[in-house]
Ligand binder design. Structure first.
Ligand code: GDP
Length: 140
């Protein structure tokens, strides 16, 4: 059964000019784009998106980074899309990310780590709804 997940190409990766390579990686690995847009988050929107991390010491720095420039938000669909996207992304810290993963290829550091991906079905639902009304998600 097809599953949906939220992916973000973070401002560091957009600035590096690797949107195309990241999208190509998803498409080559069986994930389809079901919704997509460029956004430049306000600090308030970034803080809302990462609200679960508000007690973490890096919250201010992370949300400043996420609102520092344009990002691409996407809904990916496919069988096991949540897990497949996490596999393609690699570990949070690029120093620990497996060879060939998006974070190993494109991240700068543990914060500016190129991509975001939902980590579970419930967070996927909440995160998708944060950016996309139901009608903007195509049936693929
Ligand atoms: P993810 O699910 O792999 O994105 O990782 P988390 O949910 O643990 O963290 C969310 C985001 O916060 C990460 O993708 C990083 O951008 C950032 N982050 C995580 N850990 C750290 C850290 O130790 N320091 C800083 N500065 N940022 C971090």
């Amino acid at each position: 059964m097809s599953e949906l997940t939220l992916s973000i190409i973070k401002p560091d990766a957009v600035a590096k000019g690797v949107i195309g390579e990241i999208v190509a990686t998803f498409e080559k690995n069986g994930l389809k784009i079901a919704a997509m847009k460029m956004v430049h988050l306000s600090r308030r929107e970034a803080r809302g998106f990462y609200a679960v991390h508000r007690e973490r010491p890096f919250f201010d720095s992370l949300t400043d980074f996420m609102s520092s420039g344009p990002a691409v938000v996407m809904v990916l669909s496919g069988a096991g899309a949540i897990g497949k996207n996490r596999e393609l992304m690699g570990a949070t810290n690029p120093a620990e990310a497996a060879a060939g993963t998006l974070r190993q290829r494109f991240a700068t550091d543990i914060e500016k780590n190129a991509v975001h991906g939902s980590d579970a079905p419930e967070t996927a639902r909440t995160e998708i709804a944060y950016f996309f009304p139901e009608l903007d998600i195509v049936n693929r």
